[in-house]
Design a binder for this molecule. Structure first.
Ligand SMILES: Nc1ncnc2c1ncn2[C@@H]1O[C@H](COP(=O)(O)OP(=O)(O)OP(=O)(O)O)[C@@H](O)[C@H]1O
Ligand SMILES: [Mg+2]
Length: 292
């Protein structure tokens, strides 16, 4: 049964879509059957993975309106183990069209349930709002991954998000927990970043991911080529850090998925990327500990 992870923060431009795309791609390269669901009318996750705008395409909108099944809306990507359900700009209308539907918060969950057999992880990219779309994502999820920037006002607005998560947990989805909080566009050379990180550590404890995502131009460039960073520049700091984040989340929530021996991994990982990453990673560890 797939674990469903919503990437959510109502604040705009904090790196939700960048995280959703690159985390999903990193899971796929690690041999995990992954589905990315674009829940944002801006459709940035869909175009970031190279899907051209097509007014006819089946999207999350059709799922919410019960006009298509999840199975019908699946689209392939350049990675064999990464599938996507794209969004469409008319998704914005779903907020209004569903306003009188009694089960309006459960539509996405209903559509994704049959797909949980087929995938091991499902990543949901949420819009920058605590609207009905994000509510549907929270109701459908097991965990929420919150991307945040290490800035002075980082915690402002977070209490609102945490309240929403808590309300959903109490009344609509007792499963729901915080998968993690990940610092994006991070620059650890600044004092401010370090102070804010220390504050966040106090506030979130173990939920604050050890992996941070640096500000990296490759991450910003990759979507315009319709690729996740690991297909655009496999060795960039951005691609590497999302691979690291994927391993951290797997270790934490889905250890059974990383238990496979390396030989098996080599057979399933995409184009040897996981193996090469692992080799680089081992080398880095040796270098740091000075045992070379
Ligand atoms: N680590 C990073 N390094 C450099 N640029 C980044 C990084 N993460 C995100 N960006 C850039 O910052 C901008 C906002 O990122 P992104 O679209 O992922 O945020 P978002 O939270 O999904 O935004 P929205 O709230 O509009 O959905 C984009 O231009 C993206 O390319
Ligand atoms: Mg986005």
């Amino acid at each position: 049964m797939a674990r469903i992870i919503a990437v959510a923060n109502q604040k705009g431009g904090v790196g939700k879509t960048t995280t959703a795309i690159n985390l999903a791609a990193s899971f796929a390269v690690s041999g995990v059957e992954t589905l990315l669901v674009d829940c944002d009318p801006q459709s940035n996750a869909s175009s970031g993975l190279g899907l051209v705008k097509d007014p006819e395409r089946l999207s999350t909108y059709h799922l919410l309106m019960r006009e298509a099944t999840g199975e019908q809306a699946l689209q392939k990507t350049a990675l064999a183990k990464l599938t996507i359900i794209p969004a469409h700009k008319n998704l914005i209308g779903a907020n209004i069209e569903l306003v009188d539907a009694e089960d309006r918060a459960f539509r996405l969950k209903e559509a994704l349930t049959p797909l949980r057999e087929r995938f091991q992880v499902i990543v949901l990219d949420c819009p920058p709002a605590l609207d009905l779309l994000t509510l549907n994502a929270l109701v459908a999820s097991d965990g929420v991954l919150v991307p945040m920037q290490a800035e002075y006002f980082a915690l402002e607005g977070i209490s609102e998000l945490l309240d929403s998560i808590e309300r959903v947990r109490v009344s609509l989805n007792p499963q729901l927990g915080i998968e993690g909080v990940v610092l994006t566009m991070f620059d650890d050379r600044t004092n401010l970043a370090q102070q804010v990180t220390a504050e966040l550590k106090k506030y979130f404890g173990e939920k604050l991911c050890q992996t941070t995502i640096p500000r990296n131009v490759r991450l910003a460039e990759a979507p315009s080529h319709g690729k996740p960073a690991l297909l655009y520049d496999e060795r960039s700091k951005g691609a590497e850090s999302y691979m690291q984040l994927a391993q951290e989340i797997l270790q934490r929530s889905l250890p059974e998925l990383i238990a496979a021996p390396q030989e098996e991994k080599q057979a399933v990982n995409e184009g040897g990327r996981w193996r090469r990453w692992k080799e680089r990673n081992t080398l880095t560890t040796i270098n740091i500990s000075g045992k070379q």
